[in-house]
Design a protein around this ligand. Structure first.
Ligand code: PEP
Ligand code: MN
Length: 464
């Protein structure tokens, strides 16, 4: 009972607004307080976008991932814009995540949990509050939820918080409608588009995987196992970085726990605090200070949460952080999203795995091979090389194995469109090709062919 006593002491002082008394990074200052209050009031009265039953379902799946029985695929834009709330952009991302998940199921022989970095990924942490645009120093673009990309719209506008809710809700509504109307129905033929893969051996490897998946589906149809409702649709959860705490706070609601759910900390009213803006939220690498506002907010919500950890994370700090956000050591409550870079993963990951093991916490280890591998081209374009991305992923797979642990998932910045933002892969994009279709407003994303190829390579890694 001693450890629970500690948890109770902590939870008793937590409220959805207790973060407001802590030091905060990436702070937002509005100059019109009345307008800000009106926007927050509006948000607080709007209905939840996701429900406790869905959140708890994801949490229980992530428990499986923490124990090695499932794999978490999470992906989407770095900065989602309000203008991406359009059918084609949403459809292509759903289809890509579905195809990647089939490949990963084939490779890992595990159930794959899909989380879209979508329907709310509107806020960006920035390293500098200002940036130089056409020779002028102006406030940095911080994501559509705070200000506009257009230099004339850089002043934070609180009404954008409400706009974020509408766009998030419309995106989620369309996702749900498409999923229940057969977009993910495995009876439909899929376009795997492998024509661009020039390397003959690689193309035949990928073709074999596709053939094997198609054969499995055909077999299920033949024996009549495809009438199971699971083949008609799939679960797809939503996520974003929980950066703008005013927004997250307004969507945090005291709701009844679903039947059968055993919360880590029991409450007399059978209710808990759920963040209803997304199923899964994560703390960014820039806002994970132990005594900071973000960690304070995150420690009180019932949702499964992620924490990004980069090369500056110390082992003892990592354990203290886990103790704060998950004092009862719920298995799979926390996903550690490691993002060291291909060159640093070897020297960092092993020590973090051992520290967490020694602490008694059981987490989902997810590799983000994007954020530690950003580079600038000679002409100053931000990009990432496909081979470095895969290198960090394959090192993570290997290091986990060496430490008697396992990689529980991957976290990617991707889009279903044919953008030219990352170099390399079978599409053979070079630095000189980046300007062809570079449309990201923040970090470079894998295009649909590069993302699918990464899934093929990871699947191959499991099979070899
Ligand atoms: C991101 O995921 O876009 C991001 C800002 O990542 P990190 O917190 O790892 O830098
Ligand atoms: Mn990013």
């Amino acid at each position: 009972m001693a450890s629970n006593g500690n948890a109770d002491a902590q939870s008793s002082t937590w409220t959805p607004s207790s973060w407001q008394s802590k030091p905060i990074k990436q702070v937002v200052a509005y100059d019109d307080q009345e307008k800000a209050s009106a926007a927050l009031k509006k948000l607080s009265g709007l209905p939840p976008m996701v429900t406790p039953a869905e959140i708890v379902k994801l949490k229980s799946s992530l428990r499986d991932a923490a124990l090695g029985d499932a794999f978490l695929l999470q992906g989407g834009d770095c900065a989602e814009l309000f203008s991406y709330c359009a059918d084609d952009a949403i459809d292509s991302k759903i289809k890509l995540l579905l195809q990647m998940s089939l490949v990963l199921i084939w490779g890992s022989n595990k159930r794959v949990i899909r989380i879209a970095r979508m329907a709310g990924q509107y806020a960006k942490p920035r390293s500098s509050p200002t940036e130089n645009v056409n020779g002028q120093e102006i406030p940095s673009f911080r994501g559509d939820i705070l200000n506009g990309f257009d230099p004339a719209e850089r002043k934070p506008d609180p009404w954008r918080l409400v706009e974020a809710y509408w766009h998030s809700a419309a995106t989620l509504n369309y996702m749900r409608a498409q999923l229940s109307s057969g977009i993910a129905d495995l009876h439909n033929p899929m376009d795997w588009g492998l024509g661009h893969v020039k390397d003959k051996e690689l193309q035949s490897n990928y073709q074999n995987i596709v053939h094997s998946i198609s054969e499995s589906l055909r077999f299920m149809r033949t024996i009549g196992a495809d009438t199971a409702s699971q083949l008609h649709t799939v679960d797809l959860f939503t996520s974003h970085e929980g950066l703008v705490l005013d927004y997250e706070h307004c969507l945090t609601r005291r709701l009844k726990h679903p039947a059968g759910y055993q919360p880590a900390i029991h409450s007399a009213d059978g209710k808990g605090w759920y963040n209803t803006s997304a199923h899964f939220l994560w703390i960014g690498d820039r806002t994970r200070q132990l005594d900071g506002a973000h960690v304070e907010y995150f420690r009180g919500i019932e949702n499964p949460i992620g924490i990004k950890i980069g090369p500056s994370m110390q082992c003892d700090e990592l354990v203290r952080l886990l103790d704060i956000v998950n004092p009862t050591k719920e298995v799979g409550k926390v996903t550690l999203i490691t993002r060291y870079g291909a060159e640093k993963v070897e020297s960092m990951l092993g020590a973090h795995i051992e520290a967490v093991k020694g602490s008694g916490h059981v987490v989902v280890w997810q590799c983000d091979p994007m954020h530690g591998n950003t580079r600038s081209t000679a002409s100053g374009i931000k990009t990432r090389e496909f081979s470095s991305i895969f290198s960090e992923l394959s090192s993570a797979l290997k290091i986990h194995k060496q430490h008697g642990s396992f990689l529980g998932g991957m976290h990617l910045e991707l889009t279903g469109e044919a953008v030219t933002e990352c170099t390399g892969g079978s599409v053979e994009l070079g630095d000189e090709d980046l300007s062809l279709n570079y449309t990201s407003y923040c970090d470079p994303r894998l295009n649909e062919k590069q993302a699918l190829e990464l899934a093929f390579l990871v699947a191959g890694h499991y099979r070899n």
